[in-house]
Write a protein that binds this ligand. Structure first.
Ligand SMILES: [Cu+2]
Length: 229
């Protein structure tokens, strides 16, 4: 999760999020270079007496300042498109989870198992045990195995919600009557926190998401206990 007053992103927990962080750094580098150049040019403009006041056109510089921004845009667009198509790549994952948004909790269905579904409610502040996070902890974690591709189907049953977990690089709209598909492959074990990212009603802030990436044995044990309930 994010630290208090954290400015940057959370550490990546999926290969896709790692790619997104690299793209962000790449784009920011371009922004810094352009900002520095513009600032330098403005300073020159304000401190240098004007010469060439009779010049009507300058073909060379106009050619350069038309083509150069286009090249810079292409240098940002190409890696961006690459990640866009990477994120779309689902293939045939061994596990599928269905996340259903409700006002104001999430329901999860593990459709590879018979009858494995549970609701995930936020733990109210007065019920929190020491060391757990206020407004982020839920009563049932959503467990996924580490290093295993997982398909997440996202939908809603009442209004628009959005299933978002920043460390996993996921933000998928939950739309009633629609089934959106996304994928995640947790690259390390851990707890990854998210929140509904669509203004969905008065308790919008109180339907957090807790993804627990665990090794396969832990996942198997957990799924066995969930099936017994
Ligand atoms: Cu919501």
């Amino acid at each position: 999760m994010a630290n208090p007053a954290q400015l940057g992103f959370q550490d990546a927990a999926t290969p896709i999020m790692e790619e997104l962080l690299h793209l962000h750094d790449h784009a920011m580098m371009v922004v810094f270079l352009i900002s520095a150049f513009v600032l330098y040019t403005i300073t020159l403009l304000l401190t240098t007496p004007l010469t060439h006041t009779e010049t009507m056109n300058a073909q060379m510089v106009e050619t350069v300042w038309t083509i150069l921004p286009a090249v810079i845009l292409i240098l940002i667009a190409l890696p961006s498109l690459r990640i866009l198509y990477l994120m779309d790549e689902i293939s045939t994952p061994p596990l599928t989870i269905k996340a259903i948004g409700h006002q104001w909790y999430w329901t999860y269905e593990y459709t590879d198992y018979e009858n494995m579904a549970f609701d995930s409610y936020m733990v109210p502040t007065h019920d929190l045990s020491p060391g757990t996070l206020r407004l982020l902890e839920v009563d049932h974690h959503t467990v996924v195995p580490v290093d295993s591709p997982t398909r997440v189907l996202v939908t809603a049953e009442d209004v628009l919600h959005s299933w978002a977990v920043p460390a996993l690089g996921i933000k998928t709209d939950a739309v009633p009557g629609r089934l959106n598909q996304t994928t995640l492959t947790a690259s390390r074990p851990g707890l990854f926190f998210g929140q509904c990212s669509e203004i969905c009603g008065s308790n919008h802030s109180f339907m957090p998401i807790v993804m627990e990436a665990a090794d396969l044995n832990t996942f198997e044990n957990w799924s066995a206990t969930m099936l017994q309930q």
